[in-house]
Design a protein around this ligand. Structure first.
Ligand SMILES: NC(=O)c1ccc[n+]([C@@H]2O[C@H](COP(=O)([O-])OP(=O)(O)OC[C@H]3O[C@@H](n4cnc5c(N)ncnc54)[C@H](O)[C@@H]3O)[C@@H](O)[C@H]2O)c1
Length: 344
């Protein structure tokens, strides 16, 4: 026997945090059907909520999608987004309540929130419903969305639900030509920042075949780029605030040009869709290491390749930080840029 038939749990959820998930989960156990309402007002969000805020704009459809993901195993929970002006007037709530009723399409008999102060509003807007107040003291998760907006996501990482973390994870990509210390740096950075990394997929791809010498085909490169992207998506789920990525589609294009002289339009298209927060470019000034899968060891060839890769990055309007020096200097310089990014 549940407390009510149709329950409503509303808010801006900007962003959703664990306190919201806790309240929603408890509410979902008390009614036959729960409707989550995401109220949005684009202008207010951009001009007021985000004033002096330390988080990026999160469109309402993203918040709708987050709730959908969070409740995908709860068939009796449904999510709606309604536009509701936020001028601070009670008339906003009156208008919102009409929209909510229309979206739900059924009588709402239970209204959930964590605010005692909402009782008088709800008595007028939903006289037929009881107001259930969940964890008003916010004892289970002592957090508010306002605090996250003002202080940023990173200091409150543990309050962000796991399915939402990838949205806020910073993606750092490390690029460069052969044997300039990318894979070592990526692994070291992942250790130092206690997070996941994405290895260079081309290497894994050819290891599976048994080698690349003399058997490279043009079709390999788009496959490498696609498989890399899939792996990146998987690793993003495991990342802790930041993900380190070894190479991307422009480097794959570079290899296609260097090995076969073939420019692949599909790789340019993949490159256009990429969104990384920080690009680190490793210069070829560390010693060449022949690991059996490398082909361009002479210093002059290394420099020509370096110029080619930089020109491809410029074509895509990528701004990167150039990283030089020995392994110690490379780690320290990279950490300098990463720390700045995480503090932003
Ligand atoms: N028109 C309506 O009937 C109606 C009803 C409810 C909400 N709304 C809309 O939602 C907005 C209010 O949302 P908000 O900004 O108060 O909240 P919000 O989006 O941050 O939070 C939504 C709900 O979660 C609760 N909550 C927040 N932190 C919690 C924590 N740590 N632990 C447990 N619960 C927690 C809040 O008290 C609130 O009830 C209003 O401005 C309005 O636009 C409208």
């Amino acid at each position: 026997m549940t407390l009510g038939k149709v329950g409503m749990y509303g808010g801006k959820f900007y962003p959703i945090h664990m306190g919201h998930v806790y309240s929603m989960t408890r509410a979902s156990t008390m009614v036959d059907e729960l409707r989550i309402i995401v109220s949005y007002d684009d202008e207010h969000e951009r001009n007021v909520l985000l004033k002096n805020a330390k988080i990026p704009h999160v469109p309402h459809y993203t918040r709708l999608r987050w709730w959908t993901q969070l409740t995908k195993d709860l068939p009796h929970v449904h999510v709606h987004a309604i536009e509701e002006k936020q001028t601070g007037q009670f008339s906003d709530w009156e208008f919102g309540a009409k929209e909510i009723r229309a979206a739900v399409g059924k009588e709402i008999d239970t209204v959930f929130s964590s605010e005692d102060a909402y009782t008088s509003y709800f008595e007028k807007l939903y006289p037929e419903a009881k107001h259930v107040i969940l964890d008003a003291a916010r004892q289970t998760y002592s957090i508010s969305a306002t605090r996250i907006r003002m202080e940023g996501i990173m200091p409150h990482w543990d309050m962000i639900p796991a399915v939402i973390k990838p949205y806020f994870t910073k993606k750092v990509v490390i690029v460069g030509t052969e044997s300039c210390g990318k894979s070592t740096l990526v692994r070291n950075l992942a250790n130092v920042y206690n997070t996941a990394y994405v290895e260079e997929w081309g290497r894994t791809y050819y290891e599976k075949i048994g080698g690349c010498e003399g058997i490279t085909m043009a079709q390999d490169f788009p496959e490498i780029a696609f498989e890399h992207k899939y792996y990146e998506k998987e690793q993003l789920k495991k990342a802790n605030k930041v993900l380190f990525i070894d190479t991307e589609a422009i480097v794959t294009q570079f290899f296609s040009l260097a090995y076969l002289g073939v420019r692949q339009p599909v790789l340019d298209e993949v490159a256009k869709l990429q969104q990384y927060d920080l690009w680190l470019f490793l210069e070829p000034d560390v010693e060449w290491v022949d690991d059996g899968t490398r082909s361009f060891g002479e210093q002059q060839v290394r420099e020509e390749n370096n110029t080619l890769l930089k020109s491809l990055l410029e074509e895509h309007h990528i701004s990167y930080h150039s990283i030089q020096g020995n392994y110690q200097e490379r780690l320290e310089k990279s950490m300098h840029y990463i720390n700045k990014l995480l503090l932003k």
